[in-house]
Design a binder for this molecule. Structure first.
Ligand code: COA
Length: 245
């Protein structure tokens, strides 16, 4: 049996560099260009080190999960503005000494050769436990449904309703959360927005964008809008709010 342990990146800074390198490759490159993540990353690391976890298997990092703490009254209408909005709210509230009561799970990644074996569930459970220890009563997630990348023309509202015969969702990442007791709350429109020049988008996606228009890109849940006249590419993806018990 492999030996599994969960640590925070601040407890094991020696593991952090190799973890980042190993896990970054699991994401479409453009997702890592989110300007809100870039401008808030340092503050998130400083304010929420107890919510930045690594799953270590026989000495090697195999997964990470990270969240932020914020205040939320449990109402659907008062959910933060998606991934970007949650990050901005958590940092602003921390700096204003607002007492948080909710964990917002921001990301989870499993190294490619270990996916499909329940490691995401293990580290999400670890994150929920740490949040409970920190006094956070509620858990929400702006879930990035991985299968939606195969259906970029479908509305998020329609996609949210796609269930299998067993009642679980068609999307594997939503299923992982459902197995942990989470339910779908609402769409998270324009959860994350990424902009760049046309050349940047061509580098990030490995595609050419010869004319102005909307394009399907690998790993994109929604379309990228390319405006050659303004030398601008804009991508805004919807996510799905889920709440854990
Ligand atoms: C999404 C992710 C975290 C899931 O981690 P995981 O440990 O594989 O999750 P699970 O073991 O719970 O598997 C969940 C489901 O996905 C399926 N699955 C896992 N990896 C898969 C793959 N590479 N291809 C197809 N299906 C896969 C599993 O079979 C399981 O399906 P089931 O419900 O029929 O059993 C992982 O695939 C990942 O790191 N992806 C890249 C980053 C990302 O998109 N993160 C989510 C957004 S924050």
């Amino acid at each position: 049996m492999p030996e599994l342990s969960i640590v925070t990146t601040s407890e094991r800074p020696d593991l952090q560099r190799s973890a980042v390198d190993r896990l970054r490759g699991s994401w479409p490159l453009f997702i890592l260009k989110d300007p809100v993540s870039k401008t808030h990353r340092a503050a998130v690391r400083e304010y929420f080190p107890h919510l930045d976890l690594l799953l270590v298997e026989d000495g090697e990092v195999v997964a990470n999960a990270a969240g932020v703490a914020l205040r939320w009254d449990g109402g659907v209408s008062t959910l933060p503005g998606g991934y970007d909005g949650a990050m901005v709210a958590a940092v602003r509230e921390h700096e204003s000494s607002v007492r948080p009561d909710t964990l917002c799970v921001m990301a989870a990644t499993v190294v490619p050769h270990r996916t499909g074996s329940g490691l995401a569930g293990a580290i999400l459970t670890g994150l929920r436990d740490r949040a409970a220890e920190a006094g956070l009563e509620r858990v929400v997630v702006p879930v990035r449904p991985t299968l939606k990348a195969s259906y970029p023309l479908t509305s998020t509202t329609d996609f949210m309703g796609w269930s299998r015969a067993d009642g679980l969702h068609l999307d594997p990442w939503i299923r992982t959360h459902q197995r942990l007791g989470a339910t779908i709350l609402a769409p998270a429109p324009r959860s994350m927005t990424v902009t760049g020049t046309v050349a940047e988008w061509e580098t990030w996606t490995g595609m050419a964008f010869p004319q102005t228009g909307r394009y399907v890109v690998p790993g994109g849940l929604d379309l990228v809008e390319i405006d050659r006249e303004r030398d601008l590419g804009t991508y805004s993806e919807d996510n799905v709010w889920m709440r854990h018990r």
